[in-house]
Ligand binder design. Structure first.
Ligand code: HEC
Ligand code: HEC
Ligand code: HEC
Ligand code: HEC
Ligand code: HEC
Length: 325
């Protein structure tokens, strides 16, 4: 433990004597991320394993991002949120880019470094590192997320305004409520034995699920049907996400409404496209409405949503139906 302790803080000491300060005006010079990331991993194995699966861990290596920056003259303008230094240091503004270790993407330190301390929801005392409680953690603020998710840049459309206008946001919900579900668990482990250390705490998943998980995307949709009445019905594909969907310009949801007969024959269909970007997206708390005149012999009204990313069809993510009674 002593030794690790030492490893964690050596870079901080160097920083404080000015050896690895990235630029003179940098208020919070960070430790070399590669060195310390290995350390976070040793004592927070569960967190590391979750983070590794998230898109945040791949924000640099992501082939779609790599292809996009190759096409840019000034690629450096695309670095700040994809290979960030401390986010808290600049929030609510976008972070500054790091000068190295791009392959680690958005690291533990990007989100947890508060000056020369580790920011978290508790401010718990530990010999491992100095921890400080900060308002950005604990599920009461979306600011940390919005530092990167609230700017129109490249293919990205800001989510903040859309979310802020919702009932959920007004009642105090934050991004974490959906994207980092609650769980109870010990938050650290002994670096040597791997055994959990400390009591169970109210914690949050670091998988930070999003549209790359088909089961998660399904939560964005619900089907409501009005009718049938006088041979007509209206299908409402409702947006249950916390914000407009989709938001990435290169993401599309191909929606298909159908009516079929008892034997499965398709009697009627209508396709509609939801797109990121400026038009054709579905605003938070709203729905895509489709009227249908029900053909003779109809049995089932159905909606299917396919997820398309960068022109590729990733398959169906949502299906729902209503049968004739
Ligand atoms: C202000 C922060 C910020 C900056 C600066 C930024 N990005 Fe991003 N980028 C994001 C966020 C946030 C996402 C995820 C958005 C989403 O999934 O809806 C993202 C996602 C992407 C994706 C999609 C990756 C995928 O596989 O889903 C591409 C491509 C991309 N950015 C390219 C760029 C390019 C090109 C630039 C420079 C012009 C750039 N980014 C600058 C924040 C930023
Ligand atoms: C030597 C082991 C060790 C290392 C290395 C380590 N931690 Fe910790 N960390 C702990 C322990 C132990 C706790 C307190 C657990 C408790 O009280 O439940 C903790 C607590 C935390 C907390 C909660 C802070 C709060 O609000 O109280 C965060 C966040 C955290 N660590 C992040 C990190 C990050 C990021 C790194 C890498 C830069 C890191 N830790 C490196 C052992 C370590
Ligand atoms: C995209 C930002 C982000 C990244 C990257 C990130 N965290 Fe966190 N982390 C958070 C937020 C936000 C919270 C507070 C959760 C809440 O709202 O209660 C948190 C909380 C924690 C806690 C306190 C216990 C808990 O679950 O609330 C620990 C420990 C922790 N993170 C460790 C890590 C480690 C280790 C890594 C890297 C493997 C990491 N985090 C990467 C945003 C991040
Ligand atoms: C340092 C900037 C930054 C911060 C802080 C940040 N993100 Fe991200 N986020 C990104 C980028 C960049 C991507 C896209 C990565 C890629 O594919 O290139 C992304 C992707 C995502 C995705 C899409 C995941 C998927 O599976 O498709 C979700 C959801 C997300 N972030 C939610 C959050 C939440 C919630 C928080 C706050 C706890 C947060 N982000 C904090 C930059 C950030
Ligand atoms: C009520 C639950 C909920 C809340 C609250 C919520 N989200 Fe989402 N989010 C979702 C669902 C479901 C999806 C999948 C739909 C999609 O990909 O558009 C999603 C998708 C995303 C995506 C990918 C969007 C795209 O189309 O590329 C990002 C990025 C994201 N959320 C970030 C955030 C941020 C940042 C916040 C807080 C400001 C937030 N979310 C609040 C449920 C939620």
């Amino acid at each position: 433990m002593k030794l690790l302790n030492h490893i964690v803080w050596v870079p901080v000491l160097l920083a404080s004597v000015g050896l690895i300060v990235e630029s003179p005006e940098d208020e919070t010079p960070l430790t070399p991320i590669a060195g310390t990331r290995a350390s976070c991993k040793d004592c927070h194995k569960v967190y590391f394993d979750e983070w590794k699966q998230s898109l945040h861990a791949r924000s640099w290596t992501d082939p779609i991002y790599q292809a996009a920056i190759k096409r840019r003259k000034r690629k450096e303008s695309c670095y700040s949120c994809h290979v960030p230094d401390s986010v808290v240091a600049r929030a609510p503004k976008k972070p500054k880019a790091r000068s190295g270790d791009f392959h680690s993407g958005i690291t533990c330190e990007s989100c947890h470094r508060v000056g020369d301390k580790i920011g978290g929801p508790f401010g718990a005392k530990t010999t491992a590192h100095e921890s400080v409680q900060h308002e950005y953690y604990g599920g009461k603020s979306s600011t940390l997320c919005l530092s990167c998710h609230n700017t129109n840049v490249g293919p990205v459309r800001a989510l903040g305004k859309s979310f802020a206008a919702t009932k959920k946001a007004k009642s105090g919900r934050t991004c974490q409520h959906c994207h980092m579900p609650d769980l109870e668990r010990p938050i650290a482990n002994d670096p040597q034995t791997g055994k959990p250390e400390g009591k169970e705490r109210k914690a949050r998943s670091h998988l930070i699920l999003g549209p790359s998980d088909p089961k998660f995307v399904a939560k964005a949709f619900a089907l409501r049907v009005e009718g049938p009445k006088d041979g007509k019905a209206t299908l409402f594909l409702e947006n249950k996400a916390g914000h407009r969907i989709p938001s990435l310009k290169i993401r599309q949801f191909q929606v298909r409404f159908t009516v079929t007969a008892e034997d499965g024959r398709e009697l009627w269909s209508k396709s509609r496209l939801l797109e990121g970007g400026r038009r054709n997206f579905l605003e938070a708390e709203s729905s895509l409405d489709q009227e249908v005149s029900l053909p003779e012999g109809w049995k089932t009204m159905r909606v299917t949503v396919n997820h398309l990313l960068d022109g590729k069809d990733l398959g169906p993510v949502f299906q729902a139906k209503k049968e004739r009674e």
